[in-house]
Design a protein around this ligand. Sequence first.
Ligand code: BG6
Length: 485
Amino acid sequence: MPFMKDFLWGGAISASQVEGAYLEDGKGLSTADMITGGSVNKERMFFTEKVEGAYYPTHEAVDFYHRYKEDIALFGEMGFKTLRLSIAWSRIFPNGDDAEPNEKGLQFYDDVFNECLKYGIQPLVTLCHYEIPWEIVKKYNGFASRKTIDLFVNYAKVCFERFGDRVKYWLTFNEINGAPLEGTALSHLGMVDDFVWSLKKPISISELPVLPSRYEGTHNQFVASALAVKAAHELDMGLQVGCMLCNVPWYPLTPNPKDVLATQTKDQMFNYYCGDVMVRGEYPTFVLDFFKKNNIDDSFITEEDKQILKEGTVDLYTFSYYMSNCITTDPTVGIVGGNIVGGAKNPYLEISDWGWQIDPEGIKYVLKNLHDRYPHTPLMIVENGFGGIDKMEEDGSIHDPYRIDYLRQHITAVKEAVADGIPVIGYTAWGPIDLVSIGTGEMYKRYGFIYVDRHDDGTGDYSRHKKDSFDWYKKVIETNGEDLS
Ligand code: BG6
């Protein structure tokens, strides 16, 4: 059997994409609540105040807040061993810097975790998945400020202490390697430029200014994460804390050495910058060189921080994998879209309706690279899935062979990597229940094994329906990945 006996099969969701109830029981606003819905052809918009009449998909999402019992029962029926979900920071600290946590928020997650455990599902919890309390953005400009490090660490400690008896696996920041990219300061770091505050109208996400200070913001997240790891270990409750990155393999589009070198640089800066800091506890030289060459003053990396990074290395490395991309130095080559980042079109790969390249072999390539680089760190795939267009037939059935195909091919590749000796401890499919897309804010792009009757025009009764992939995934888990037919 390639997969170990206790392999963590399951699914992954995030609070803002499923919960809704965005102001219920004392929850405060978060960055995610400030972004409108869009589509593959219509960008999501952001404004520092609520726009009357605009549609904000996270405000209701798929109403997991009120329907979690039904949803967890369905996950239990599929045989999930784990459910990766996130805590909405703004449910616990509505103002970010409240003296005491919001008891009703804590109670909600008590109930959710207890419900999971009823079905033998071990929760795996992300502390910050693309949502930062909006008050922290207003008061401190998110992770631009070191004050936010303290606020995050306090929040993490409250969660560890309250839930640590039931939740053993924790992740600090979702896809942290998106943070130093251009244009992601709002979603990843909760940083908003003065120019945007002065705007009197909404701005599309791609027009948000590129902030040179994003490297410092990312560094502050490293420190916050390392301090959280240390705090978890000090509690002596057997907690394990991981990092979470978006892993995209980069291939040179041609054997032109210029393309090969550009690919190496992209791979380092996208896939290894953050992982090296969090797993090895120090900045790799290629990042320090990059700072030097680009005149980025790196005095924000203090001697004390270096010590913290060393002491707060993660226990496991987790990542999302959806696609690979190509790198070219030829400016005339067309670019395809992607998860956080796009790249040159690979002539050997198909693309999804959202332009994401489908590359099952790529996940094996990633696993092998990661194990070479971090040989002592267990690996886990915490997101992988197919966003597609599902249609409910008149008899209520939903046939999604494309999703089964995608998952079958990817799980096969993971299985081969495991058979080659790569220490993979689990796999959670992204969006086991339909949820709000991060990239486009739509419901139309669906990932679930469970269909939710909720649509982008705000219609639908939120009823849940099994797709064909539901029984398929149930069988995969039942046979511990043996039967993928
Ligand atoms: C990952 C995120 O980048 O990709 C998820 O962690 C996200 O939150 C997922 O939903 C899929 O992206 P999208 O844009 O299809 O929702």
